[in-house]
Design a protein around this ligand. Structure first.
Ligand code: IPM
Ligand code: MG
Length: 351
Protein backbone atom coordinates (compact mmCIF):
# COMPACT_ATOMS: atom_id res chain seq x y z
CA UNK A 1 0.00 0.00 0.00
CA UNK A 2 1.28 3.43 -0.92
CA UNK A 3 2.17 5.63 2.04
CA UNK A 4 1.40 9.32 1.82
CA UNK A 5 3.24 12.26 3.34
CA UNK A 6 1.26 15.49 3.43
CA UNK A 7 3.45 18.58 3.14
CA UNK A 8 2.14 21.75 4.76
CA UNK A 9 4.86 24.30 3.94
CA UNK A 10 3.06 27.23 5.59
CA UNK A 11 4.69 30.65 5.81
CA UNK A 12 8.01 32.46 5.81
CA UNK A 13 10.92 30.08 5.38
CA UNK A 14 8.47 27.14 5.67
CA UNK A 15 8.12 26.59 1.90
CA UNK A 16 11.91 26.76 1.37
CA UNK A 17 12.82 24.24 4.03
CA UNK A 18 9.90 21.93 3.21
CA UNK A 19 10.98 21.86 -0.44
CA UNK A 20 14.44 20.80 0.74
CA UNK A 21 12.94 17.98 2.80
CA UNK A 22 10.80 16.91 -0.17
CA UNK A 23 13.95 16.58 -2.30
CA UNK A 24 15.47 14.29 0.32
CA UNK A 25 12.23 12.27 0.58
CA UNK A 26 12.32 11.71 -3.18
CA UNK A 27 15.73 10.09 -2.80
CA UNK A 28 15.39 7.99 0.35
CA UNK A 29 11.73 7.03 -0.08
CA UNK A 30 10.92 7.40 -3.79
CA UNK A 31 7.70 5.37 -3.49
CA UNK A 32 6.31 7.73 -0.87
CA UNK A 33 3.43 9.79 -2.27
CA UNK A 34 3.89 13.47 -1.48
CA UNK A 35 0.83 15.69 -1.30
CA UNK A 36 0.62 19.31 -0.30
CA UNK A 37 -1.81 21.80 1.12
CA UNK A 38 -1.95 25.17 2.84
CA UNK A 39 -1.75 26.08 6.51
CA UNK A 40 -1.27 29.28 8.51
CA UNK A 41 -1.07 32.65 6.80
CA UNK A 42 -0.91 31.02 3.37
CA UNK A 43 -4.29 29.43 4.07
CA UNK A 44 -5.69 32.69 5.46
CA UNK A 45 -4.74 34.43 2.22
CA UNK A 46 -6.32 31.74 0.07
CA UNK A 47 -9.32 30.66 2.15
CA UNK A 48 -9.76 33.18 4.97
CA UNK A 49 -8.94 30.60 7.64
CA UNK A 50 -5.60 29.22 8.92
CA UNK A 51 -6.73 25.60 8.55
CA UNK A 52 -9.55 24.41 6.30
CA UNK A 53 -11.64 21.35 7.15
CA UNK A 54 -10.40 19.89 3.92
CA UNK A 55 -6.72 20.31 4.84
CA UNK A 56 -7.36 18.76 8.26
CA UNK A 57 -9.19 15.84 6.64
CA UNK A 58 -6.27 15.26 4.28
CA UNK A 59 -3.88 15.37 7.23
CA UNK A 60 -5.93 12.72 9.04
CA UNK A 61 -5.90 10.55 5.91
CA UNK A 62 -2.14 10.81 5.41
CA UNK A 63 0.41 8.50 6.99
CA UNK A 64 2.43 11.47 8.23
CA UNK A 65 2.33 15.26 7.99
CA UNK A 66 5.39 17.46 7.52
CA UNK A 67 4.83 21.10 8.39
CA UNK A 68 7.21 23.97 7.62
CA UNK A 69 6.34 26.96 9.79
CA UNK A 70 3.44 29.33 10.34
CA UNK A 71 3.03 33.02 11.02
CA UNK A 72 4.56 36.35 10.06
CA UNK A 73 4.12 40.10 10.42
CA UNK A 74 1.54 40.18 7.63
CA UNK A 75 -1.04 38.51 9.87
CA UNK A 76 -0.35 40.07 13.29
CA UNK A 77 -3.51 42.17 13.18
CA UNK A 78 -5.80 39.28 12.30
CA UNK A 79 -8.34 38.29 15.02
CA UNK A 80 -6.85 35.75 17.43
CA UNK A 81 -9.01 32.80 16.38
CA UNK A 82 -7.93 33.41 12.79
CA UNK A 83 -4.19 33.82 13.43
CA UNK A 84 -1.76 31.56 11.56
CA UNK A 85 -0.75 29.92 14.88
CA UNK A 86 -4.33 28.73 15.28
CA UNK A 87 -3.85 26.62 12.15
CA UNK A 88 -1.02 24.81 13.91
CA UNK A 89 -2.93 24.42 17.17
CA UNK A 90 -5.99 23.21 15.22
CA UNK A 91 -3.87 20.64 13.47
CA UNK A 92 -2.34 19.41 16.74
CA UNK A 93 -5.75 19.18 18.37
CA UNK A 94 -7.46 17.75 15.27
CA UNK A 95 -4.85 15.02 14.86
CA UNK A 96 -4.80 14.56 18.65
CA UNK A 97 -1.01 14.43 18.63
CA UNK A 98 -0.59 14.73 22.37
CA UNK A 99 3.07 13.76 22.70
CA UNK A 100 5.59 16.18 21.26
CA UNK A 101 9.10 14.79 21.01
CA UNK A 102 11.77 17.45 20.83
CA UNK A 103 15.24 16.02 20.76
CA UNK A 104 18.26 18.17 21.48
CA UNK A 105 21.41 16.51 20.27
CA UNK A 106 24.67 18.15 19.43
CA UNK A 107 26.30 16.99 16.20
CA UNK A 108 30.04 16.55 16.78
CA UNK A 109 30.78 18.94 13.96
CA UNK A 110 28.80 21.68 15.71
CA UNK A 111 30.11 21.60 19.29
CA UNK A 112 31.77 24.93 18.78
CA UNK A 113 28.66 26.55 17.29
CA UNK A 114 26.91 26.51 20.66
CA UNK A 115 27.13 29.56 22.87
CA UNK A 116 28.00 27.18 25.69
CA UNK A 117 31.44 25.72 26.31
CA UNK A 118 32.42 22.62 24.39
CA UNK A 119 32.64 20.43 27.52
CA UNK A 120 29.06 21.34 28.48
CA UNK A 121 27.48 20.34 25.14
CA UNK A 122 29.81 17.77 23.59
CA UNK A 123 27.91 14.49 23.25
CA UNK A 124 24.66 16.08 24.38
CA UNK A 125 21.61 13.94 23.58
CA UNK A 126 18.40 14.66 25.40
CA UNK A 127 14.75 14.36 24.54
CA UNK A 128 12.01 16.66 25.69
CA UNK A 129 8.56 15.07 25.73
CA UNK A 130 6.07 17.91 25.79
CA UNK A 131 2.33 17.46 26.30
CA UNK A 132 0.83 19.14 23.25
CA UNK A 133 -2.95 19.18 23.22
CA UNK A 134 -4.01 20.42 26.65
CA UNK A 135 -2.88 22.60 29.55
CA UNK A 136 -2.97 26.38 29.47
CA UNK A 137 -2.83 26.38 25.65
CA UNK A 138 -6.37 25.01 25.44
CA UNK A 139 -7.92 25.39 28.91
CA UNK A 140 -11.27 27.15 29.33
CA UNK A 141 -12.27 29.71 30.37
CA UNK A 142 -9.89 32.16 28.80
CA UNK A 143 -10.36 35.71 27.70
CA UNK A 144 -9.82 39.42 28.05
CA UNK A 145 -12.78 41.26 29.51
CA UNK A 146 -13.97 43.90 31.92
CA UNK A 147 -15.26 43.30 35.46
CA UNK A 148 -18.44 44.91 36.75
CA UNK A 149 -16.36 47.67 38.38
CA UNK A 150 -14.66 48.46 35.09
CA UNK A 151 -11.34 46.68 35.83
CA UNK A 152 -9.97 44.96 32.75
CA UNK A 153 -8.54 41.49 33.14
CA UNK A 154 -6.93 38.79 31.04
CA UNK A 155 -6.93 35.14 32.04
CA UNK A 156 -6.16 31.62 30.91
CA UNK A 157 -6.90 28.30 32.53
CA UNK A 158 -4.23 25.72 33.18
CA UNK A 159 -5.95 22.35 33.42
CA UNK A 160 -4.99 18.70 33.04
CA UNK A 161 -7.02 15.55 33.44
CA UNK A 162 -5.66 12.29 34.68
CA UNK A 163 -5.93 10.48 31.28
CA UNK A 164 -4.09 13.37 29.62
CA UNK A 165 -1.17 13.15 32.03
CA UNK A 166 -1.18 9.36 31.89
CA UNK A 167 -0.92 9.01 28.12
CA UNK A 168 1.95 11.46 27.70
CA UNK A 169 3.78 10.00 30.70
CA UNK A 170 3.54 6.54 29.18
CA UNK A 171 5.12 7.85 25.97
CA UNK A 172 7.96 9.43 27.96
CA UNK A 173 8.56 6.17 29.84
CA UNK A 174 8.57 4.22 26.58
CA UNK A 175 11.01 6.65 24.95
CA UNK A 176 13.28 6.47 27.99
CA UNK A 177 13.35 2.68 27.73
CA UNK A 178 14.89 3.03 24.29
CA UNK A 179 17.48 5.48 25.67
CA UNK A 180 19.30 5.83 28.99
CA UNK A 181 16.19 4.94 31.00
CA UNK A 182 15.72 8.18 32.95
CA UNK A 183 12.74 10.55 32.98
CA UNK A 184 12.82 13.90 34.73
CA UNK A 185 9.31 15.33 35.08
CA UNK A 186 9.06 19.10 35.49
CA UNK A 187 6.29 21.33 36.83
CA UNK A 188 5.72 24.14 39.33
CA UNK A 189 4.18 22.04 42.09
CA UNK A 190 5.38 24.65 44.58
CA UNK A 191 2.87 27.23 43.28
CA UNK A 192 0.43 25.60 40.86
CA UNK A 193 -2.37 23.12 41.52
CA UNK A 194 -1.90 21.70 38.03
CA UNK A 195 1.79 21.37 38.90
CA UNK A 196 1.10 19.32 42.03
CA UNK A 197 -1.49 17.26 40.15
CA UNK A 198 0.96 16.63 37.32
CA UNK A 199 3.66 15.48 39.71
CA UNK A 200 1.38 13.09 41.60
CA UNK A 201 -0.13 11.64 38.45
CA UNK A 202 3.26 11.08 36.83
CA UNK A 203 4.42 9.33 40.00
CA UNK A 204 1.36 7.02 39.94
CA UNK A 205 1.75 6.21 36.25
CA UNK A 206 5.41 5.42 36.82
CA UNK A 207 4.53 3.03 39.64
CA UNK A 208 2.34 1.01 37.29
CA UNK A 209 4.07 1.40 33.92
CA UNK A 210 7.59 2.51 34.78
CA UNK A 211 9.49 -0.77 35.10
CA UNK A 212 13.13 -0.19 34.24
CA UNK A 213 12.83 3.60 34.15
CA UNK A 214 14.15 5.91 36.84
CA UNK A 215 11.82 8.84 37.52
CA UNK A 216 12.85 12.14 39.08
CA UNK A 217 11.06 15.47 39.49
CA UNK A 218 12.33 19.01 39.13
CA UNK A 219 10.71 22.41 39.32
CA UNK A 220 10.51 23.93 35.86
CA UNK A 221 12.52 27.04 36.75
CA UNK A 222 15.28 24.92 38.24
CA UNK A 223 15.23 22.79 35.08
CA UNK A 224 15.71 25.94 32.98
CA UNK A 225 18.82 26.66 35.02
CA UNK A 226 20.15 23.09 34.99
CA UNK A 227 19.74 22.96 31.20
CA UNK A 228 22.47 25.54 30.77
CA UNK A 229 24.54 24.52 33.81
CA UNK A 230 24.76 20.79 33.16
CA UNK A 231 22.45 19.65 30.32
CA UNK A 232 24.04 16.22 30.03
CA UNK A 233 22.46 15.18 33.34
CA UNK A 234 19.15 14.78 31.45
CA UNK A 235 17.94 11.87 29.37
CA UNK A 236 14.19 12.48 28.89
CA UNK A 237 12.50 15.62 30.22
CA UNK A 238 8.72 15.33 30.57
CA UNK A 239 6.86 18.64 30.64
CA UNK A 240 3.41 20.11 30.20
CA UNK A 241 2.50 22.18 27.15
CA UNK A 242 3.75 25.57 28.35
CA UNK A 243 6.92 24.52 30.18
CA UNK A 244 7.75 22.17 27.33
CA UNK A 245 7.44 25.07 24.90
CA UNK A 246 9.88 27.19 26.89
CA UNK A 247 12.38 24.48 27.77
CA UNK A 248 12.55 23.14 24.22
CA UNK A 249 13.51 26.55 22.85
CA UNK A 250 16.17 26.79 25.53
CA UNK A 251 17.44 23.28 24.82
CA UNK A 252 17.65 24.03 21.11
CA UNK A 253 20.33 26.64 21.72
CA UNK A 254 22.56 24.07 23.39
CA UNK A 255 22.94 22.48 19.99
CA UNK A 256 24.29 25.50 18.20
CA UNK A 257 21.28 26.63 16.23
CA UNK A 258 17.53 26.33 16.44
CA UNK A 259 17.84 25.74 12.70
CA UNK A 260 19.03 22.21 13.45
CA UNK A 261 16.19 20.84 15.53
CA UNK A 262 13.24 18.73 14.42
CA UNK A 263 10.19 17.62 16.35
CA UNK A 264 7.66 14.84 16.17
CA UNK A 265 4.12 15.05 17.52
CA UNK A 266 2.52 11.68 18.01
CA UNK A 267 -0.97 10.49 18.80
CA UNK A 268 -2.17 6.99 19.46
CA UNK A 269 -0.62 4.18 17.46
CA UNK A 270 -1.84 3.98 13.87
CA UNK A 271 -2.69 7.68 13.53
CA UNK A 272 -0.53 10.09 11.50
CA UNK A 273 2.18 12.00 13.31
CA UNK A 274 2.87 15.68 12.72
CA UNK A 275 6.50 16.56 12.10
CA UNK A 276 7.87 20.07 12.15
CA UNK A 277 11.05 22.01 12.71
CA UNK A 278 11.28 23.63 16.16
CA UNK A 279 12.15 26.94 14.48
CA UNK A 280 9.52 29.41 13.35
CA UNK A 281 8.82 31.11 10.05
CA UNK A 282 11.78 33.55 10.33
CA UNK A 283 10.17 36.31 8.24
CA UNK A 284 13.41 38.34 8.34
CA UNK A 285 15.17 35.87 6.05
CA UNK A 286 12.16 34.39 4.22
CA UNK A 287 12.34 34.08 0.44
CA UNK A 288 16.08 34.69 0.32
CA UNK A 289 17.26 31.10 0.22
CA UNK A 290 19.21 31.56 3.46
CA UNK A 291 17.30 29.25 5.80
CA UNK A 292 18.95 26.19 7.28
CA UNK A 293 17.02 23.19 5.88
CA UNK A 294 18.42 20.75 8.47
CA UNK A 295 15.56 21.01 10.97
CA UNK A 296 13.03 20.24 8.24
CA UNK A 297 15.17 17.43 6.83
CA UNK A 298 15.60 15.98 10.31
CA UNK A 299 11.82 16.31 10.81
CA UNK A 300 11.47 14.13 7.72
CA UNK A 301 13.94 11.78 9.41
CA UNK A 302 11.63 11.59 12.43
CA UNK A 303 8.60 11.02 10.17
CA UNK A 304 10.38 8.12 8.48
CA UNK A 305 11.24 6.66 11.87
CA UNK A 306 8.13 7.28 13.96
CA UNK A 307 5.19 7.25 11.53
CA UNK A 308 6.32 5.60 8.31
CA UNK A 309 8.21 2.66 9.82
CA UNK A 310 11.25 3.22 7.61
CA UNK A 311 14.13 3.22 10.10
CA UNK A 312 16.72 2.45 7.41
CA UNK A 313 15.75 5.50 5.38
CA UNK A 314 15.77 7.54 8.59
CA UNK A 315 19.29 6.32 9.42
CA UNK A 316 20.46 7.30 5.94
CA UNK A 317 19.12 10.82 6.36
CA UNK A 318 20.66 11.21 9.80
CA UNK A 319 24.01 9.90 8.56
CA UNK A 320 24.00 12.20 5.55
CA UNK A 321 23.29 15.29 7.64
CA UNK A 322 26.08 14.40 10.09
CA UNK A 323 28.54 13.77 7.23
CA UNK A 324 27.64 16.99 5.45
CA UNK A 325 28.30 18.90 8.66
CA UNK A 326 31.58 17.07 9.17
CA UNK A 327 32.51 18.05 5.63
CA UNK A 328 32.07 21.68 6.62
CA UNK A 329 28.64 22.39 5.16
CA UNK A 330 27.20 25.38 7.01
CA UNK A 331 24.34 27.78 6.47
CA UNK A 332 24.59 31.30 7.89
CA UNK A 333 23.04 30.46 11.26
CA UNK A 334 25.90 27.97 11.73
CA UNK A 335 28.54 30.53 10.85
CA UNK A 336 28.82 29.51 7.19
CA UNK A 337 27.65 31.02 3.95
CA UNK A 338 25.73 28.26 2.18
CA UNK A 339 22.28 28.84 0.79
CA UNK A 340 19.37 26.52 1.57
CA UNK A 341 19.89 24.76 -1.78
CA UNK A 342 23.64 24.41 -1.34
CA UNK A 343 23.18 22.91 2.12
CA UNK A 344 20.58 20.50 0.74
CA UNK A 345 22.94 19.60 -2.14
CA UNK A 346 25.70 18.87 0.39
CA UNK A 347 23.38 16.47 2.23
CA UNK A 348 22.27 14.88 -1.05
CA UNK A 349 25.93 14.36 -2.01
CA UNK A 350 26.33 12.29 1.13
CA UNK A 351 23.29 10.20 0.26
C1 IPM B 1 6.15 25.83 19.13
C2 IPM B 1 5.66 27.22 18.84
C3 IPM B 1 4.15 27.23 18.92
C4 IPM B 1 3.78 26.89 20.35
C5 IPM B 1 3.47 28.50 18.45
C6 IPM B 1 3.88 28.88 17.06
C7 IPM B 1 1.97 28.40 18.55
O1 IPM B 1 6.26 28.13 19.71
O2 IPM B 1 5.79 24.92 18.37
O3 IPM B 1 6.92 25.65 20.06
O4 IPM B 1 3.77 27.78 21.21
O5 IPM B 1 3.52 25.72 20.62
MG1 MG C 1 7.74 27.27 20.95
Amino acid sequence: MTQTLLLLPGDGIGPEVTAAAARIAGLVAPDLELQDDLVGGASIDAHGTPLTDDALARAKDADAVLLGAVGGPKWTDVARDKRPEMGLLGLRKGLDVFANLRPAYCFNALVDASSLKREIVEGLDLMIVRELTSGVYFGQPRGIDTDADGTRRGYDTSVYTSPEVERVTRVALEIARGRAGRVCSVEKSNVMETGLFWRNEVTSVHQVHGAGVELSHMLADACAMELVRNPKQFDVILADNLFGDLLSDEASMLTGSIGMLPSASLGIEGTPGLFEPVHGSAPDIAGQGLANPCAAILSLEMALRWSLARPDAADRVMGAVAKALEGGARTRDLGGSMSTDQMTDAIIDQL
